[in-house]
Design a protein around this ligand. Structure first.
Ligand code: GDP
Length: 527
């Protein structure tokens, strides 16, 4: 194996998906805590403790207690390098989540066992399914009264249409939660509550028929043995190939807040989840262990750290070796970018990257030349695919109270637009900028960020736009006529693409009928 192939083989890049409140943040924190990446529980999200939160960069997240931005964290575990990508659970940020999931090789699905499969879980799983991403499932909150475990598996299978292969099985729940039985290892991991308990302290008893279990908790173990009979009959044995194909999910049970069941998940990710996979770059597939460096940007975030007022492009390395100071080519602009101050995302700090390999996420500071979807290489003309923008469904026009702040408003909207926080349209005629979003919370975030980060007090007003379509036409003269004729409905987006803003569905239909040679697109792949 080449040195690059060895580095690729020991990497795992995954995202956590869940409905809000299922325990994603808690689990993230425990994963980091367990791997030794953070010293103290409570550093990821300081909702209650008031401590600084690693994954909560933005004021609005703190205020509302929701994760708006996806964050990236890297840590080591068992000689492996793990890249964990957090995703916003709230559906209003689904575009952001969609893009993050293009950068992972597997996903961890967290389910609140008291609630079962929830709406956002369904949507996120469907996104994973587009690329057949392998999924590991964690049934959380067994320290509470939860639903029947068999029923939960059944729900996952029927609603999410994915086979379940339980790897562990819970013994009791709530006040009588005793631990889990590891089906493959035939051992019982005893539960004891405690938030900051070291995971290595878990007591293990060998064998489901061990008489000690009958002494410790006769009722629950009897029940568990009965359930296991049913489980063996009704569920599927773990099948690595089916997992890698995205058709089967190994299921674990536990309690994130009590740090229970976390090690088993990490082990599953290392033992079973795929190392970084190849990526489609239009002209060819790029393999992770190729010698030459390449990668694509899936996310941009401004003002992540108030101390560094820069914008960071999150780039997933797809092949080769990234080295600090190397020249990488920005393929859309056909320009070399000197990669000196590129950063990596350790759990508690940003650090300079010395080297990075496929699966790693590096942060490239920039002043607005990098957009979501941009590809980088050492020179080869690659164009990584699969990062779409969706036509927004909600629109607002923007006014400012203080006209002297117009420049700041423009700058703020330009940056937030490139970041993908919201879509920004500049009408060809008329002065007010138009914002487009998929979820209404996006507007709130943008409003609050304009205020906090750019000092602009903006007013958002409803406007009579129903939908947007990106337009293209091979015939330049016809396109020019189209522009002239429909100037009142046309705008340019943040990446300067011509966009048709339709006041209603009938209007859109008529425009399409009148201009049959002009194509109207509901999504746009990155240019
Ligand atoms: P997120 O919205 O998915 O990130 O969820 P959080 O991690 O913020 O958790 C939501 C709530 O569930 C918080 O109040 C957590 O303390 C709580 N929680 C998380 N894991 C557990 C668990 O294992 N047991 C119990 N009882 N509560 C939990």
């Amino acid at each position: 194996m080449s040195p690059i192939a060895q580095e690729v083989a020991r990497r795992r890049t995954f995202g956590i998906i869940s409905h809000p409140d299922a325990g994603k943040t808690t689990l993230t924190e425990k994963l980091l805590y367990f791997s030794g990446a953070i010293q103290m529980a409570g550093t990821v999200k300081g909702k209650k403790t008031g401590k600084f939160a690693t994954s909560d960069w933005m004021e609005i997240e703190k205020q509302r207690g929701i994760s708006v931005a996806s964050s990236v964290m890297q840590f080591d575990y068992r000689e492996h390098v793990i890249n964990l990508l957090d995703t916003p659970g709230h559906q209003d940020f689904s575009e952001d989540t969609y893009r993050v999931l293009t950068a992972v090789d597997s996903a961890l699905m967290v389910i609140d066992a008291a609630k079962g499969v929830e709406e956002q879980t369904i949507k996120l799983l469907n996104v994973c399914r587009l690329r057949d991403t392998p999924i590991v499932t964690f049934m959380n909150k067994y320290d509470r009264e939860v639903r029947d475990s068999l029923e939960l598996l059944d729900e996952v299978e029927s609603v999410l249409k994915i086979q379940c292969a339980p790897i562990t099985w819970p013994i009791g729940m709530g006040k009588t939660f005793r631990g889990v039985y590891h089906i493959l290892k035939d051992e019982i991991l005893l539960f004891s509550p405690g938030e900051d308990r070291n995971i290595e302290d878990v007591e293990v008893i060998k064998g489901i028929d061990n008489a000690r279990l009958d002494e410790l908790f006769p009722l629950e173990i009897e029940q568990t043995r009965m359930e296991l009979e049913l489980v063996r009959g009704a569920s599927h044995p773990f099948d690595l190939e089916a997992f890698l194909a995205g058709t089967q999910t190994p299921v674990f049970f536990g309690s994130a807040i009590n740090n229970f069941g976390v090690r088993e998940i990490l082990n599953a990710l290392i033992d079973w989840a795929p190392a970084p996979q190849y990526r489609d770059a239009t002209v060819r597939d790029v393999k992770p262990d190729e010698e030459k460096f390449s990668g694509f940007v899936f996310k941009i975030q401004a003002n992540m750290d108030p101390k560094h007022r820069d914008r960071i492009a999150f780039l997933r390395v797809c092949s080769g070796k990234f080295e600090r100071g190397m020249k990488m080519k920005h393929l859309r602009l056909e320009r070399d970018v000197a990669a000196n101050s590129v950063v990596t995302f350790m759990a508690s700090t940003r650090e300079q990257v010395e080297e990075a390999y496929a699966g790693d996420i590096i942060g490239v500071p920039n002043h607005g030349n990098i957009q979501i979807g941009d590809s980088f290489s050492e020179g080869e003309k690659l164009a990584f695919t699969g990062i779409p923008y969706f036509a927004p469904e909600l629109f607002r026009s923007v006014r400012i109270k203080n006209p002297l702040k117009f420049k700041q408003l423009q700058k703020g909207l330009q940056q937030l637009g490139e970041e993908g926080a919201v879509q920004v349209f500049k009408p060809l005629s008329g002065a007010d900028m138009i914002l487009g979003a998929v979820g209404v919370l996006q507007f709130e975030v943008v409003k609050s960020r304009l205020e906090n980060e750019y000092g602009v007090d903006a007013v958002f007003e409803n406007c009579a736009i129903h939908t947007a379509r990106w337009v293209s036409c091979d015939d330049n003269r016809m396109l020019a006529d189209f522009e002239k004729g429909l100037i009142l409905n046309l705008a340019r987006d943040a990446a300067d693409n011509l966009t048709y803003l339709a006041p209603n569905r009938v209007n859109l239909q008529l425009a399409q009928e009148r201009w049959p040679k002009v194509a109207f697109h509901a999504t746009r792949e990155h240019a």
